[in-house]
Design a binder for this molecule. Structure first.
Ligand code: NAD
Ligand code: DAU
Length: 339
C-alpha cells in the first residue's frame, strides 16, 4: 500500500504517521507538507529512520506540484490532514483558510480522481456542525446534524467536506470523511488550549481563559483519533461520514485547573480575558455510528491522557523550546496583548 499523508508534519498528522508505522510497517508513506508555522519536521525524527517513509515539501493547493506527484507516485490511499487549523488565526486572516482548506482539498481531489486513488480520506472536524447550547447536555452531534458553521475555519472545513462528498456522487471517487472532536497529546502546537496552558504554567505566566471559561469541549487523545482513521481506511464504506469522539466533555476552566494541579501550580495564574469572537459554546460528539458499524472505541481516559500529555511537555522542552521563536512571541502579542 502506498499512502500519501498530507499535513503529516503537524500535530495529528505526525502522530498518525507514527501510528501507521507501528500498525502497518509494510505501508509506504509519503508525507506532503508545506511546513507552515504549524509544520515541524522535528516531530518526525524517529519516523524518518524507516526506509518506508519519505517527505516532500509542497503546497496542496499547488496544482502542478500535486498533479506531478500523484502521477509519479500512484498512491493507493490519500489521508488529508493539511489545513490551517487554528480558529483564532482565522479571525485574523480568513483568506489562507479558504485557500488551503477548500482550494487545497479540491486540488487533491482532482489528482486523486485522475490517478485512480482507491481511497481519499478527508480529516474533518466536529466544528462543521456549529455548536450546542450549554443547558442541553442531552444533545449531541450525529452525522446527520446540519452543517452550521461559526468561524472562517469551520466554514472552510465544511466547504471541503461538501466538495469531498460531491466528488463521490459526481465522479464516483471512493471517499470517506471523519469528523473528530478536540484532540490533545504530544506534538501539538502551543497555540491550542492544552499545550498553550501547559507551557505558560511552566513559566509562571498568566493563563488566558476566554470569557468565563464555561465553554465545553469534548476531548480525545490523539492516538484514539489515529486508530479511528485507520479503521475507517480498512473497513469504512465509501461515501460515508464517521463522527469520532469519546464523551469526554469538560469546561475550559476545568481543563485549565486540571493542568495546574498536574503541574502543582496555583490557580491564581488563571486570567479571564475577552472572549473569542463567535466563540462556539459546546461541542459533543455522538460516536454511535463508528462504534456500531466499525467497532471503534477510545482506549484512553481523559484523566490518564492529560496526565501523560502534561508529562510529555515537561520532558520534551527541547521540542517546544525551538518553537518559541520571535514569530511565536509576535503571535502571542497580537493575540493576547490587548485582551
Ligand atoms: P496542525 O495545524 O497542527 O497541522 C497542519 C499541518 O498542515 C502542518 O504541518 C502544516 O504545515 C500543514 N499545511 C498547512 N497548509 C498546508 C498546505 N497548503 N499544503 C500542505 N501542507 C499544509 O493541525 P492539526 O491540529 O494536526 O489538524 C490536522 C487536521 O485535523 C486538520 O485538517 C484539522 O482541521 C483536523 N482536526 C483537528 C482537530 C484538533 O483538535 N486539532 C480535531 C479534529 C479535526
Ligand atoms: O473540535 C475540533 C477542533 O478543535 C479542531 O477542528 C480545531 O482544528 C482545533 O483547533 C480545535 O478547535 P478549538 O477552537 O476548540 O480549540 P482551541 O484549543 O483553540 O480552544 C479550545 C477552547 O479553549 C475554546 O473554547 C477556546 C478556549 N481557549 C483557547 C485558547 C487558545 C481559551 O480559553 N484560551 C486560549 O488561549
Amino acid at each position: 500500500m502506498k499512502l500519501c499523508v498530507t499535513g503529516g508534519a503537524g500535530f495529528i498528522g505526525s502522530n498518525f504517521i507514527y501510528y501507521m508505522q507501528k500498525h502497518h510497517p509494510e505501508y509506504e508513506i509519503l508525507n506532503l507538507d508545506l511546513l507552515t508555522y504549524a509544520g515541524n519536521l522535528e516531530s518526525l525524527k524517529e519516523a524518518e529512520a524507516s526506509p518506508n517513509y519519505r517527505f516532500v515539501r509542497g503546497d496542496i493547493a499547488d496544482t502542478a506540484l500535486v498533479t506531478g506527484l500523484f502521477e509519479k507516485e500512484r498512491f493507493d490511499i490519500v489521508v488529508n490532514f493539511a489545513a490551517e487549523s487554528h480558529v483564532d488565526r482565522a479571525v485574523l486572516d480568513p483568506s489562507v483558510f479558504v485557500r488551503t482548506n477548500v482550494l487545497g482539498t479540491q486540488v487533491l481531489l482532482d489528482a486523486a480522481r485522475t490517478f485512480g486513488v482507491k481511497r481519499f480520506h478527508q480529516v474533518s472536524t466536529d466544528e462543521v456542525y456549529g455548536d450546542l447550547p450549554l443547558d442541553r447536555p442531552d444533545l449531541f452531534f450525529t452525522e446527520t446534524s446540519p452543517l452550521h458553521t461559526s468561524s472562517p475555519y469551520s466554514a472552510a472545513k465544511a466547504g471541503a467536506d461538501l466538495l469531498v462528498l460531491a466528488y463521490h456522487r459526481t465522479f464516483g471517487l471512493p471517499v470517506t470523511i471523519s469528523r473528530c472532536s478536540n484532540n490533545y497529546g504530544p506534538y501539538q502546537f502551543p497555540e491550542k488550549l492544552i499545550p498553550l496552558m501547559i507551557l505558560r504554567a511552566l513559566k509562571d505566566e498568566p493563563l488566558p481563559v476566554y470569557g468565563t471559561g464555561e465553554n465545553v469541549r469534548d476531548w480525545l487523545y490523539v492516538d484514539d483519533h489515529c486508530a479511528a482513521i485507520d479503521l475507517i481506511l480498512q473497513k469504512g464504506t465509501p461515501g460515508e461520514v464517521y463522527n469520532i469522539g469519546g464523551h469526554n466533555e469538560y469546561t475550559n476552566l476545568s481543563v485549565v485547573k486540571t493542568i495546574l494541579q498536574e503541574l502543582k501550580k496555583p490557580e491564581s495564574l488563571i486570567s479571564f480575558v475577552s472572549d473569542r469572537p463567535g466563540h462556539d459554546r459546546r461541542y459533543a460528539i455522538d460516536p454511535a455510528k463508528i462504534t456500531k458499524e466499525l467497532g471503534w472505541k477510545p482506549s484512553e481516559t481523559f484523566t490518564h491522557g492529560i496526565h501523560k500529555t502534561v508529562r510529555w511537555y515537561v520532558e520534551h522542552s527541547d521540542w517546544w523550546q525551538h518553537i518559541l521563536s520571535e514569530e511565536y512571541s509576535r503571535y502571542i502579542e497580537v493575540m493576547y496583548g490587548s485582551r
